[in-house]
Design a protein around this ligand. Sequence first.
Ligand code: C2E
Ligand code: MG
Ligand code: MG
Ligand code: MG
Length: 284
Amino acid sequence: YRSKAKGRGSYTLFTPNMVESHKRKLQIANGIEQGLREDEFIVYYQVKVDNQGHVIGAEALIRWQHPEFGMVMPNEFIPIAEQGGKITAITQWIIKHVCMDFPDIKQWAPKNFKVSVNLSGHDLRNAQLFDYIYNTLNLYDVNPENMEFEVTESAYLENFELSNKFFRRMSNMGFSIALDDFGTGYSSLSYLTQITIDTLKVDRQFVMELQTSERSRLVTGAIIDLAKRLSLTVCAEGIENFEQWDYLRQHGCDNVQGYMFSKPVPLKTLLSSAPFYEESQFRS
Ligand code: C2E
Ligand code: MG
Ligand code: MG
Ligand code: MG
């Protein structure tokens, strides 16, 4: 093979870049267990606000302060952890750390505040996770009503029966359930009649296109209507400007999160911020 490392349409099978990225992937895969033991991971929190700008919750989003690579983002290491069968160890780590943060959050937050934790599809197949959640919340004395679990639409539907069973149990225990990244993964809506969820999360893709695409506005409006008819709460993610927020709430969207309010931040930063946002801050 002729090597043309730079330039498109190269014939090379392995470029130096591919070798590097493969090495990085391996190091990430092999470093997860030790990283968890040594607490190299960090929980960041991104606030969710209601129509008035009051903070009503926060999504826990994991980061990895890697000894060699610096800050590694979940979009990179979560899929690797899933492939290597290590995702549930990460999920347990984050649940435990959210519980440990809870006394501080409780001091700061309004009464009905919920912290949302993301679950992977693989988690639902792990028979021990349910007990782990139950025991950990007991140990740290956290009320399930202050916690929500987010699962993507596609992960939920990968194993529909199992998901239904898992989340029905979770719901019976008092946890809230949100269907994440809704609208991107699936074509049929009929499953919505059979599942136990509380919230639909409108994917950031739709929010991004609100100002430029009439179709995205129509689809977003339809998702909100659908959720309302099913008596579900609607939360939209990825709000970056006032126009997006205004469009969403005028069309009945209950809650939002996005960089306009706050990026995901470490606990300390969360606790030093005000639990409400004045609309006048954002108006252009
Ligand atoms: P997600 O659950 O849909 O989380 C929202 C993502 O959108 C977060 O990225 C958040 O930082 C980002 N985001 C929020 N508002 C804005 C905005 O206004 N503009 C832009 N450009 N981005 C915004 P992040 O933290 O990088 O997480 C990416 C994904 O990784 C998450 O998507 C979730 O699927 C996954 N993830 C994160 N933490 C965990 C975890 O603890 N467990 C599992 N299983 N997955 C996680
Ligand atoms: Mg999420
Ligand atoms: Mg999401
Ligand atoms: Mg998303």
